[in-house]
Design a protein around this ligand. Structure first.
Ligand code: UT7
Length: 355
């Protein structure tokens, strides 16, 4: 696993987050509603996962609409015009179509006419993979302003008759604008990892080139997400803790130097075990899985937005985020929050209360 750390030789600028936004569907599906759909209970779901409710897309919502609305907010916070965007990246495992890329649709609707666009599929780790990619492009000097979105509509790939998976997931998107800064601050470390031997543990078997959609695949439910929960759980705890440790160690930091830990919001038990493994107390861990469940690539940017809006991140704070999921894949990023971005938050808050 590579741990490229900032500053690297020859790197004269860092990448930072200058804007953020999120969009979740209005429709809430509570554990009580799930009790009417499958053989489960609020008590089981809360005690095993910490999830109390999740958001579910309506018929006129989709990965594209959630991504678009999160992106518009992020551009507003960053005060960036669509013409200034060099690249649009959407991390998703539930794209609007098999192709073209959802990022191309977002690029078009925003009128980001100068921007390139592509999607990343690293499942629930996709957003943090995107952070690593965008960081490299910004640090290398080829791109100045990148719109990165994590968006998923998990309700469209979940089998709503399978109690072992349907209670876990929700829909949502989060977006960030990433820009160059000459410091101080910015992204100081990224970690990427994969263990493809675990691919069968979390998979949508049909609908791809291996098993194209047919009447048989639909009738057998092979187009739905399938998961070995116990095995993914074990992987998630170990990978999250290890990736968090590597993000810090690579830069000579320890758990006490982390002001806020933002893990993938899959399951409160995983979050608690991983935080313990990484040596970070729960007071410095952000959790919103209780309200949204696992929104896959949307999970970390949504949590980042809510942490910022709740005042949990201040100038100079070090934030570590870790994603994990199908692949099996994992990714971590460490960022030192800059004064400029905190000032932006104050400006947005003032504008919102004035208007
Ligand atoms: O982004 C990554 C996505 N995936 C994850 O993060 C998932 C990781 N895994 C997990 O979070 C946990 O493994 C689960 C929450 C999925 C399951 O928790 P668990 O403690 O590992 O439960 P289990 O799979 O060992 O199942 C225990 C029992 C089983 O019954 P038996 O065989 O012991 O009689 C299940 O059939 O709980 C049963 N069960 C349920 N009962 C009520 C499974 N799902 C449900 C349910 N309601 N929704």
């Amino acid at each position: 696993m590579g741990v490229p750390n900032y500053p690297e030789p020859g790197v004269s600028r860092a990448a930072t987050f200058s804007g953020w936004g999120m969009c979740v569907p209005q429709q809430v599906r509570s554990n009580a509603e799930l009790e009417q759909m499958v053989s489960t209970s609020d008590e089981w779901i809360v005690s095993r996962t910490g999830i109390r409710e999740r958001r579910i897309a309506s018929d006129d919502e989709s990965t594209f609409t959630l991504a678009r609305d999160a992106a518009k907010q992020a551009l507003q916070v960053a005060d960036v015009h669509p013409n200034d965007i060099d690249l649009v990246v959407v991390a998703t495992l539930t794209p609007e179509y098999g192709f073209p890329a959802t990022a191309s649709l977002v690029q078009d609707t925003l009128g980001a006419t100068r921007a390139g666009a592509f999607d990343i599929n690293a499942a629930c780790a996709g957003f943090v993979y995107g952070v690593a990619v965008a960081r490299s492009m910004i640090e290398s000097g080829t791109h100045d302003t990148i719109l990165l979105i994590g968006a998923d509509t998990m309700s469209r790939v979940v089998d709503w008759t399978d109690r072992s998976t349907c209670v876990l997931f929700g829909d949502g998107a989060g977006a960030v604008v990433m820009q160059a800064t000459d410091g101080p601050g910015g992204i100081f470390s990224t970690v990427l990892g994969s263990d493809g031997a675990g691919a069968p543990l979390l998979i949508q078997p049909a609908g791809g080139s291996h098993q194209p959609a047919t009447v048989d695949t639909i009738e057998s439910g092979a187009h739905y997400l399938q998961m070995n929960g116990r095995e993914v759980y074990k992987f998630a705890v170990t990978a999250t803790a290890e990736a968090a440790r590597q993000t810090m160690q690579g830069t000579g930091l320890g758990p006490d130097d982390v002001d806020l830990f933002i893990p993938h919001q899959a399951n409160l038990r995983i979050i608690k075990s991983a935080a313990r493994g990484a040596g970070i107390p729960m007071e410095r861990v952000f959790v919103n899985a209780d309200r949204y469940g696992n929104t896959s690539a949307g999970s970390i940017p949504i949590a980042l937005c809510e942490a910022l809006e709740a005042g949990r991140i201040q100038a100079g704070d070090r934030v570590v985020m870790v994603g994990f999921g199908a692949g099996l894949a994992w990714a971590a990023a460490g960022i030192e929050w800059t004064a400029a971005t905190v000032k932006l938050k104050a400006v947005t808050a003032a504008a919102a209360s004035a208007g």
